[in-house]
Design a binder for this molecule. Structure first.
Ligand code: SF4
Length: 350
């Protein structure tokens, strides 16, 4: 099993030095309660991260298409499919409610190829009782208990606290770039499959970042929506003197609110539930972080794109919507739109 996150031009990523034994690996397609996976002695691997940090993520998308997945479907789904096959993953947790309707079908495709699929749901309406049942069912399917998972939560709380500090250094002290913030937050989904190593790396990063001078900037942007599939947006913004001080969904992967147990933690996690919860969180953070404008990233063929209209109506802040289909860089048209947006914000800042 090849399992190493690498530095790529598409996305710089954190490194995972060792390949876990294949039978220990559980592929995940989005943030799920990793406390339960670790409590079972297993290793979560976020297939999104494997896909996007591959040497050639576009090839993984094409490979999925060549096996029959439609061209007019989300490229993340196709990348996840190919990453699962490439790594020879035997077990995948699929979130079949609260994440993505495409995942439902993807799980059936993976199941048809002999991969064990364990379903998990974030219940509609944030139903506490139903979520507890889901957590218990997952614990049972993986051969562990909720008590053990709650113990793991305490350990992970400490490690997540380091990522919250990285986030604070981003928006309060301006010592961490928007892209670094993005990477640390998205990496919370699986903690590189190795929380001990993740903690060491986070501590080392914090030590280095605290010594930096603040990043000079005039414009402060927030990034909302699913993590972008195309690279280069953050570096272009930096080049334009913009500080990305808020990564909405990525921050959610770090479980940013203090909670007493797993049910509470995964009820407060905004991403899988209604838009109202996300909107509340965005409004609070925009205020706290002194954000001048927002970039709403939308993924081609994603049902979440419909929310763009609600964000425009409800957030009351200048917003640029950017859409990408496949892995790659920022094209000329996107660059021009970003530059014009930043220029408009700059002129409006007194
Ligand atoms: S971007 Fe949208 S369609 Fe694609 S996997 Fe994520 S939720 Fe699903």
């Amino acid at each position: 099993m090849e399992f190493i996150y690498t530095e790529t031009t598409n996305y710089p990523a954190l490194l995972v030095p060792e390949a876990p034994a294949a039978e220990k690996v559980v592929g995940i397609t989005t943030t799920v309660p990793i406390e339960i996976i670790f409590a079972a002695g297993l290793v979560p691997v976020d297939l999104n991260n494997i896909f996007i940090t591959d040497d050639d993520p576009s090839w993984l998308v094409e490979k999925a298409e060549s096996t029959g997945l439609p061209r007019n479907n989300c490229a993340w789904i196709k990348g996840i499919f190919s990453a699962t096959k490439k790594l020879g993953i035997k077990k995948v947790i699929g979130v079949i409610e609260g994440d993505c309707s495409n995942t439902y079908a993807l799980m059936e495709v993976l199941g048809s190829e002999g991969i064990e699929v364990i379903p998990f749901k974030y219940p509609y309406g944030r139903d506490r009782r139903l979520l507890l049942l889901q957590l218990e069912a997952l614990a049972q399917a993986l051969g562990t208990t909720m008590d053990r998972a709650e113990g793991v939560k305490k350990e992970l709380n400490r490690i997540r606290g380091l990522v919250h500090e990285i986030d604070r250094l981003t928006h309060e002290e301006g010592k961490v770039t928007g892209e670094e913030n993005h990477i640390w937050n998205v990496s919370c989904s699986d903690m590189m499959g190795n929380p001990v190593l993740f903690e060491q790396k986070a501590r080392a990063f914090l030590e280095e970042a605290r010594e930096r001078p603040p990043i000079p900037h005039k414009v402060r942007l927030g990034f909302i929506g699913v993590p972008p599939i195309c690279g280069g947006i953050y570096s272009l913004l930096e080049e334009l003197g913009v500080h990305v001080a808020f990564n909405e969904i990525q921050r959610q992967f770090s479980m940013p609110y203090p909670t007493n147990d797993l049910v509470e933690q995964y009820l407060l996690y905004t991403y899988p539930y209604d838009i109202e919860g996300r909107m509340r969180d965005i409004k609070e953070e925009v205020k706290r972080r002194h954000i001048h404008g927002l970039i709403h990233y939308i993924q081609s063929f994603c049902f979440r794109n419909i929310y763009d209209t609600l964000f425009r109506k409800g957030l009351g802040l200048p917003m640029l919507t950017l859409e990408c289909d496949r892995p790659g860089g920022v094209d000329g048209q996107m660059r021009t739109r970003i530059e014009a947006f930043v220029e408009m914000l700059r002129k409006n800042i007194v």
